[in-house]
Design a protein around this ligand. Structure first.
Ligand SMILES: C[S@@+](CC[C@H](N)C(=O)[O-])C[C@H]1O[C@@H](n2cnc3c(N)ncnc32)[C@H](O)[C@@H]1O
Length: 190
């Protein structure tokens, strides 16, 4: 079974994506987003973060490979009385247009190959927020795929064309199972 089919199954069985509370990091740094912004929520799942951004007034694109996740995302958005622009796409096959968005957020999904593309997709001054599992998570869940965890300094190295706003990617203490970066693309010099 393909990865996409596996994710569809999880969402169909409602084994995943029932949490509708936005990530606390997004809430803490919500001042970085405003109603004039286009934001892409990459690998959005059922849209807890996308819906939060839409409530802030952002034009929110919710992208995921699972059509079932997006169906639920649209349903939850409708129930929350906000509009989401859902895009079904496999991030292994998709490239984002250059300088097309004011912000990209990505929670609990990791694809090292996307780093250059994401930096290029931001408009000058645009914000990237990424938070996902790090190597400490393998102690909690040894069956988790080690290809999808961050090592110390991975985020800093991946997004070296951006200016750091906030960073926690040293994987300490060992109880800290996620790393994050918030960073801004430099404004175009005149
Ligand atoms: C752990 S969930 C995270 C969902 C959401 N970001 C959150 O934090 O609530 C990972 C998501 O990545 C999506 N995903 C996995 N591989 C993908 C791919 N190649 N392209 C696009 N989305 C993908 C899955 O469908 C799933 O919704």
């Amino acid at each position: 079974m393909s990865d996409i089919a596996k994710w569809d199954q999880k969402y169909l069985r409602r084994e995943h994506g029932n949490e509708l509370t936005p990530d606390p990091l997004l809430v803490e740094y919500s001042n970085l987003f405003d109603a004039t912004h286009t934001v892409i929520d990459l690998a959005c799942g059922t849209g807890r973060n996308a819906i939060y951004l839409a409530k802030l007034g952002c034009f929110t694109v919710a992208l995921d490979c699972s059509r079932e996740a997006l169906r639920l995302c649209q349903k939850f958005a409708q129930e929350s009385d906000v509009q989401i622009h859902a895009v079904a796409a496999d991030l292994n096959e998709t490239r984002l247009p250059a300088e097309s968005t004011d912000a990209i957020v990505c929670f609990n999904y990791l694809n090292f190959e996307l780093a250059d593309d994401l930096q290029a997709a931001l408009k000058p001054g645009g914000v990237l927020m990424m938070k996902t599992f790090n190597q400490n998570f393998l102690n909690v869940n040894p069956r988790f795929n080690p290809d999808y965890v961050l090592k110390p300094s991975d985020l800093k190295n991946m997004f070296d064309k951006l200016k750091i706003v906030a960073l926690d990617d040293e994987c300490v203490p060992a109880s800290n199972t996620k790393s994050f970066i918030i960073a801004r693309k430099p404004a175009r010099s005149s």
